[in-house]
Design a protein around this ligand. Structure first.
Ligand SMILES: *[C@@H]1O[C@H](CO)[C@@H](O)[C@H](O)[C@H]1NC(C)=O
Ligand SMILES: *[C@@H]1O[C@H](CO)[C@@H](O)[C@H](O)[C@H]1NC(C)=O
Ligand SMILES: *[C@@H]1O[C@H](CO)[C@@H](O)[C@H](O)[C@H]1NC(C)=O
Ligand SMILES: *[C@@H]1O[C@H](CO)[C@@H](O)[C@H](O)[C@H]1NC(C)=O
Length: 416
């Protein structure tokens, strides 16, 4: 048996396309390896740390609105972590996804690669940000591999790739000056050379939209459609929107208010992590409850007030899974550094990407940014602008059916 065939058999990968086969056989320099999560051994120590962390018996100033996470909410999460959260069950669910690591430009990148049974499936890469991980796309991965028939009769299905950002969970921490453009470049290598997809589609949220937009604008031969729920351009102010005679829908008005709150009182974490990532990164390096306090309040603030009720699956278990992933892999510090490494990733001048690839945008009501259609149209070949009344910043958990629908819609525009 040729060595290359043996290698593929070892991977247990069935139904590889000819091009995937070619890349895997002709260039093994990416050290592609199957991957399973196995962190159960770390759990007893994590739970000891959680158990031994004291919280105040009552809020210091119960008479004023919370400035930051509510103590009661933090306490509930801590109690769940100790009493009912089951890491092994979450790990088993995540391990239902076929995962790999590959090394590109010296960076070990962890990724999910779930293939469709449909030979015409479109390759798509889903890009998360901070404080997220590949886990936030869990509810949409398998459905997207399944065939969906549009009203036109066209079938859409996807081969889904979900990488972990460098420095996040199972991907290695990048060099100090690594930027999200560097991440985009190695992800393009991942899609085209490691996996052998000559063209593909993208979806990005949060800082993942910076990577997605970098791919969209810099790799116009390979990225042939993009769906965004955020774009890396600073949202316009209410005054600017009014000056441009743009009238906002109800969904946009709520999102605009959320953005105003984020930019006035909600971006402290971002300033901190941009300027002094070591301070918070080391303070909380081995402090799971501290990480929970730093992150969970924002997850709640950035999602729908109905989070955890259908169609949202962003419940306490999902929050604890997210924080456990950071804590158990000791990557809170390296994940925080992404801000210091990308201080100007959101631009104030809107410019158009040099691509004819279709762009689709979905505005969620409770996201922390609001981009009117008129502004999104300035940065790409906008073919669809949708608004969702339910959901926030983490669409994959906050409203998975709508995200599945919108990513499928992108398939109707995909031009290989
Ligand atoms: C394999 O890929 C690496 C990284 O892109 C490249 O440097 C090398 O030249 C390739 N080797 C072959 C035989 O194509
Ligand atoms: C779409 O998929 C269905 C079920 O797999 C199949 O019967 C149908 O022929 C497909 N349609 C097209 C246009 O390929
Ligand atoms: C907005 O509307 C006002 C009043 O109709 C008009 O004077 C102004 O030129 C408009 N501004 C823009 C940017 O279209
Ligand atoms: C892709 O980008 C290159 C370089 O910026 C540009 O010359 C070319 O026109 C672009 N292609 C499309 C289809 O926009």
């Amino acid at each position: 048996m040729p060595r290359s065939l043996n290698f593929l058999t070892l991977l247990g990968v069935a139904g590889l396309s000819a091009s995937t086969y070619a890349s895997a056989t002709h260039n093994n320099s990416f050290d592609l390896k199957p991957f399973k999560i196995d962190l159960a051994g770390e759990v007893p120590r994590l739970l000891d740390l959680v158990r031994n962390t004291r919280l105040p018996a009552q809020a210091l100033y119960p008479d004023v609105p919370d400035k930051g996470i509510a103590l009661d909410f933090l306490r509930e999460l801590r109690t769940d972590w100790l009493d009912s959260f089951n890491w092994e069950a979450q790990q088993a669910e995540l391990n239902q996804f076929t995962q790999f690591t590959a090394v590109m430009e010296g960076q070990t990148v962890h990724f999910v690669h779930e293939k469709s049974a449909d030979p015409d499936a479109i390759p798509v890469i889903l890009l998360h940000g901070w404080p997220g991980s590949f886990h936030e796309f869990s509810p949409v991965i398998k459905p997207l591999t399944q065939s969906w028939q549009a009203a036109t009769g066209k079938n859409v299905s996807y081969n889904v790739v979900v990488p972990s950002l460098p420095g996040f969970v199972f991907s290695s921490a990048p060099p100090s000056k690594w930027t999200l453009d560097d991440t985009a470049r190695i992800y393009n290598t991942l899609m085209t050379e490691v996996l052998g997809y000559p063209t593909y589609a993208i979806h990005g949220t949060d800082l993942g939209c910076v990577v997605a937009y970098s791919l969209y604008s810099s790799f116009n031969a390979t990225v042939r459609a993009g769906h965004f729920v955020f774009i890396p351009f600073y949202p316009p102010s209410a005054q600017e929107i009014a000056a441009n005679n743009i009238s906002l829908s109800d969904v946009q008005k709520v999102a605009e208010q959320r953005f105003i709150e984020w930019s006035t009182t909600g971006n402290g974490y971002s300033v901190e992590q941009t300027n002094k990532p070591n301070d918070i990164g080391l303070a909380l390096y081995d402090n799971p409850v501290g990480q929970l306090a730093w992150i969970a309040g924002n997850i709640k603030l950035w999602s729908d007030p109905r989070a955890g009720t259908p169609p949202s699956v962003l419940d306490k278990t999902a929050i604890l899974t997210s924080i456990s992933l950071y804590s158990l892999t000791h990557t809170f510090l390296s994940s925080a550094w992404i801000y210091a490494q990308n201080p100007t990733s959101f631009r104030s001048v809107y410019t158009k990407a040099a691509t004819d690839a279709p762009m689709l945008f979905s505005q969620y009501k409770y996201s922390v940014g609001m981009h009117p259609k008129e502004y999104v149209a300035k940065v790409g070949n906008l073919v669809s602008y949708k608004e969702h009344d339910f959901g926030g910043h983490f669409a994959g958990l906050d409203n998975p059916p709508s995200l599945i629908e919108d990513i499928r819609e992108m398939g109707l525009y995909f031009k290989a």
